[in-house]
Design a protein around this ligand. Sequence first.
Ligand code: NAP
Length: 484
Amino acid sequence: MVSRIIPVDPFDLVVFGGTGDLARRKIIPALFRRYCAGQMRTGSHLIGVARSALETASYRQLVAEAIREFSGGRACEDGTLERFLEFVEYIQLDAQGEQGWPALGELLQGDRTRAFYMSVGPSLFGDIAGRIRVNGLVNDATRIVVEKPFGHDLESARALNATLAEHFGEAQIYRIDHYLGKETVQNLMAVRFGNVLFEPLWNSQYVDHIQITVAETVGIGGRGAYYDSAGAMRDMMQNHLMQLLCLIAMEPPARFEPDAVRDEKLKVIRALDPVEPHHIVRGQFAAEGDTPGYRDEVGAPRSTTESYVALKAHVSNWRWSGTPFYLRTGKRLVARSSVINVVFKDAPHSIFGAEAGQHSNILSIRLQPNEGITMHVTIKEPGPGGMRLIDVPLDMSFAEALGPDGQDPPDAYERLIMDVIRGNQTLFMRGDEVEAAWAWTDPIIAGWQARGEVPKPYDAFGKGPEDADHLMRRDKRDWRGIKP
Ligand code: NAP
């Protein structure tokens, strides 16, 4: 099954922080892949912006290297890369200074779509937004894209929203949560709202509980200073896991339109109960052989920042009353795996007797790796023996379904950047959603601070702190294994 490519009209994409890590690893390769796919047409421009003194030629070299390293070896040898590089420009400019803006303006063309991607620290968002406006770089088709972290708490998120709102309308602001750009996340909506099969069962009468796991094997890397001031709760739970919870729990929107979808997600966040302190587990990974522990990695010997958090959440509304949501995320775990498991209740009565065994239906939605959906169903164990029940997976792997040659589904950034260009905000967070998520998160973090809580150490490359298992076992449930 080959997906249909609809080319977008030529556009200008300005990447502030165009020499940075995110630009090189994600934004540039994503754009190149869309070019290779025929979606980005000749005449579009990628304009990198940073303070470094680079000639256009040396920036093109940086772009070429980023593509070779991070775009999965696509079409680099047949001249495609050279043609793509002709669309690449560079402007040297300090976001906090006045130089360079007129030169940037000269590169922007007419009334066509111009997107300003802020791939810089959030402290520069206000400077950039203001200078784009003051220098007259805004046309009717202007969009700005902002990266996470969107604030550190409710107060800072409100301040950031207010700063952006001074210069741009909400319809022009695209707050990225790249989890929303994943193929599976959209398929989750297709599965829920495109089939009659699931929606009648999608409630507390039939769903026992939901597990959302985002596990990483990596540690903190070069982001120590940022991460130690944030922790897993701010870095992952408040945004990525919260967004996944929203998509699972939300009511069907009347239409698949940006505000209709985002209104429903917002209702979910607002329906979340405050989390009881004994329903949260925090952890910090310990050293393992040559692998340093969390505190050594971030260079903070007494840090009490969590690299793991697990919690039990309740969505207090008619649909979900009584169905808990268990969420966990952590670094240096046994495998890299992001998966949502919707665990259905047991059949009300087993006609086969206790010895046949009993299995619950589970819908597993895998976000990475191997994006796909698996439905676990109960069947009879084949053979002439008695009636014994086994659990078999009905598997739908998107890589197989999508690619003529088994190619990976498009990276989240490919879809999200194209959505910015097309002007579709469905997969981007609205300002009030972000604020509501912080309003739920802030008291949890304040509680830890008030109680002086220290995270529990856990083994590197294991499954996280023991207490996280107890969180489930107390409710006579178990986490599904973290599998690659
Ligand atoms: P980075 O590697 O430190 O890059 C920062 C970029 O901003 C560089 O190109 C830098 O170039 C430019 N820059 C810094 N100050 C500037 C100024 N005053 N005016 C103009 N340009 C300036 O950071 P990053 O990892 O790419 O992250 C960028 C943003 O994305 C951050 O907010 C980060 O939290 C977020 N983010 C990153 C990732 C990731 O995987 N890296 C993932 C999610 C979100 P010069 O020094 O030459 O100016």
